[in-house]
Design a binder for this molecule. Structure first.
Ligand code: HAM
Length: 430
């Protein structure tokens, strides 16, 4: 029997692993969609594969995704190198430029959700295919837009019912601030180069900031030993005042956060604002989400200057947090009616009735003839409101024997009158 690739997962209602239950996914994506639509953000779907160049230039040559070859790439028949998206931001910026959204009222605020691919070593909370909700606000350099992005993200977590959250806000400064900080870090780490992991030795020259959040234990020991000054101390005047504005707006909006002076994000495109959301019970290494500003990304993709800010929420990580906190996920509604054919000939009738009543009512049916007792049992198991029995006697009179399962009331109802007998369904028009 063939199986799925380890690190990828089937998402369905009865999955034994909680993060991959479809109702949990739906709860997360629908809640996020509701919050984001209420803010006027529009949904966008971009392709899950792009020219590898878009994706590589997006995340940057010193990101883990490129350094550790985490991007799945393949050649198409024309010999073009394509990649599965390791994050959606570059694709959304590409779409913004490609469709001339620069002439729309700014900022253009877009969101999406869907699968993301990273060839990482899989473990709980870290998968090769995972899912994100993603939000991007493009075309504004106003720190208010950063604060709104963070506030919306927190509003989604809260609407989901999560409590143990920590928003860690930092700044990675402007590119020139980072040049100074990286020079400082090189000076600090060079004497320890031999002790660093192979990845960090490469990063020592290309992007030493990434050594700070290396997952290697020996790297972490060295980081602790050398006593690194945080990035926040290296901010220039503009980046500093921008950071203070974002923090000030968040305070006024009542969004709780802590300033984390040493926040480092895994992607190269960030400037100024950078943040992560952690959960008390999941541990510091698995953020529930993260985001930041990326004013230079559009230019990296060959477009005009388009300032932007956005975030990604890891759907599986949020699902794990919901389980940890015991948040109850709304159950799928039970059927209004469960139809039971009592003989072969009644099977098609049952389907005809079901199709007439759907979608105003939730109607399920038995697909093989049953005895009335067995049919009733099945209806009870599904927690249906009514059971409808269809046999030869009913067929002769064009009726269904309809029984209300809670009250036990039973009567014959003609096909035409069934909708009325089932009663009004809140919010659904017949
Ligand atoms: P990221 O921090 O790389 O940011 O990913 C966002 C979230 O995706 C993480 O906080 C985590 O919850 C989840 N995640 C990442 N990798 C995995 C994995 N292998 N398995 C399960 N979940 C994972 C971005 O992707 C940026 N595009 C966010 C952004 C949007 N920044 C600006 N705009």
């Amino acid at each position: 029997m063939l199986t799925s690739v380890p690190g990828t997962n089937d998402v369905f209602a009865q999955s034994k692993e909680y993060p991959f239950r479809e109702p949990v996914f739906r709860y997360i994506t629908q809640t996020a969609e509701q919050v984001l639509r209420s803010s006027g953000a529009q949904m966008i779907h971009t392709p899950i594969f792009e020219y590898a160049e878009v994706l590589q230039k997006g995340v940057g040559v010193t990101s883990d995704i490129v350094v550790k070859k985490e991007m799945y790439t393949f050649e198409d028949r024309g010999g073009r190198v394509l990649g599965l998206r390791p994050e959606p931001t570059a694709s959304i910026v590409r779409a913004y430029n490609q469709h001339g959204m620069k002439v729309w009222p700014q900022p253009v605020r877009l969101f999406t959700w869907g699968p993301i691919f990273r060839a990482e070593r899989h473990q709980k909370g870290r998968y090769k295919q995972f899912h994100q909700v993603d939000y991007e606000a493009l075309g504004s350099a106003d720190p208010l837009v950063d604060a709104e992005a963070i506030a919306l993200m927190v509003q989604i977590y809260r609407a989901l019912g999560l409590k143990g959250l920590e928003v860690k806000l930092g700044s990675v400064g402007d590119p020139e601030d980072r040049v100074r900080y990286n020079d400082y870090l090189r000076g600090l780490f060079r004497p320890y180069a031999q002790g660093l992991s192979e990845d960090s030795r490469v990063r020592l020259e290309s992007n030493p900031m990434r050594i700070l959040d290396s997952k290697s234990e020996t790297d972490q020991r060295i980081v602790a030993e050398v006593g690194v000054r945080p990035m926040l101390e290296f901010l220039g005047l503009e980046a500093r005042s921008f950071h203070e504005s974002v923090a000030g707006y968040l305070e006024k909006l009542g969004v709780p956060f802590t300033v984390d002076p040493s926040i480092v994000r895994g992607l190269d495109y960030y400037v100024r604002t950078a943040w992560e959301v952690h959960h008390s019970r999941i541990g510091a290494k698995s953020a529930l989400g993260g985001g930041g500003r990326y004013d230079g990304l559009s230019e990296m993709l060959g477009g005009p200057r388009v300032p932007g800010v956005g975030w990604g929420i890891g759907i599986e990580r949020v699902a794990i947090a919901l389980e940890q906190e015991g948040v109850e996920i709304p159950a799928d509604p039970a059927p209004d009616l469960y139809l039971v054919p009592l003989d072969e000939a009644a099977k098609l009738e049952a389907l005809q009735i079901a199709q007439r009543l759907r979608p105003a009512f939730r109607v399920e049916m038995a697909y093989a003839p049953k005895s009335p007792r067995k049919g009733l049992e099945e209806a009870l198991k599904r927690e249906a409101r009514f059971v409808g029995l269809l046999g030869e006697a009913e067929r002769a009179r064009g009726v269904v024997t309809l029984k209300h399962l809670e009250t036990g009331d039973q009567r014959e109802v003609s096909w035409e009158a069934l909708g009325e007998a089932l009663g009004p369904v809140p919010g659904v028009r017949l």
